[in-house]
Ligand binder design. Sequence first.
Ligand SMILES: Cc1ncc(COP(=O)(O)O)c(C=O)c1O
Length: 400
Amino acid sequence: MPQLSQLAGVLPASPIRKLVPYAEAAKRKGTKVYHLNIGQPDIETPAVSLEAIHNLPDKVLEYTHSAGIENYRRRLADFYNRRNLGVDYTNIIVTTGGSEALLFGFLAICNAGDQVIVPEPFYANYNSFAMEAGVEIVPIKSFIENGFALPAIAEFEKKITPKTRAILICNPNNPTGYLYSKEEIEQLRELVIKHDLYLLSDEVYSDFCYDGREHYSVLNLKGVDNNVIMFDSVSKRYSMCGVRAGALISRNCGVLDAVLRMGQARLCAPYIAQVAANAAIDTPQSYFDDVKKEYIARRNCVVEALQKMDGVVCPCPGGAFYAVAKLPIDNADKFAQWLLEEFEYEGETVMVAPATGFYYNPKDCPQDEIRIAYVLKIEDLQKAMKILEIALGEYNAKRG
Ligand SMILES: Cc1ncc(COP(=O)(O)O)c(C=O)c1O
């Protein structure tokens, strides 16, 4: 048989999905599974987008411009400018989801073997994008004790080598839900100026900021136009993950030109995705207000329940729709599998993501943390938390 590539041998399977066969087996046995493992929101996609797809007038579904439909880019720039981000439509390249924007970003700024420093735990697919681009991720630990705040700048400096090209953050963060403050982002500005690095910011959860706090985008930073690249997506903003529309935004002409040529090689982002995303820009503010209210209620329900459980530590996240909790268990991977394989309470169980999958080295990280995605209705979250509490008791009792 002809050989596969080295990449094919090392590219990891998604840690979020690796327990899926156990969940499927549990469902076949008739057990109801509450999915707290994946960030698939249950909120309805805005009606304006669904209508735009239903009412497509085209007789031919054509390619679009490789940078994205101009009208969409202009309206997206207006959307950002309503948030005072100072974006021209020429600063935007529409991509196939935020995922493609991240991959293009790595490819545009890194040579094989270059390094990108990322606070961990981090969104697991960064590992895959980095491997595809031949980039080495250099993790820098953040800690549950301070809610996963930005590591000290001195710690970043210790990791910087001649191969370092960029710092990558996710704000608000997946998996921790941590919302970086303006001060933290400003510190990174100083760091990237000092060491002549790129500052990459994944802001796909920017609409999900709680407790009256505002999102501070890297596009707000002054004097670093050539350093900053922002990655965005409509997946979470409008609860339309399956549409596959994202964007890379930068004021660095060299980066934009390189990414455009990558875009030309894949011809265009999906046309129908751009139609849906363009229409979504007319989503009324009331949609966002309602969604935010719902997620705050869900977060409070989950975090308060977790904080009441014996031996559980769970900082209250300021954004996104995830929380990382430290459980009184030996091993979160084993526990998550046990929940699906061996446990049920009144015919139901929960599926959680072990946080080891969000660290660069799953063996060199806390083994007792899980990530919970609070993307279910309150009643379901309440039941899921009750099941989790009972499960913790039973799991530990069985292990003495
Ligand atoms: C932090 C983060 N970045 C990027 C993505 C990818 O988003 P998209 O669906 O736009 O490709 C996700 C998806 O879950 C995510 O959580």
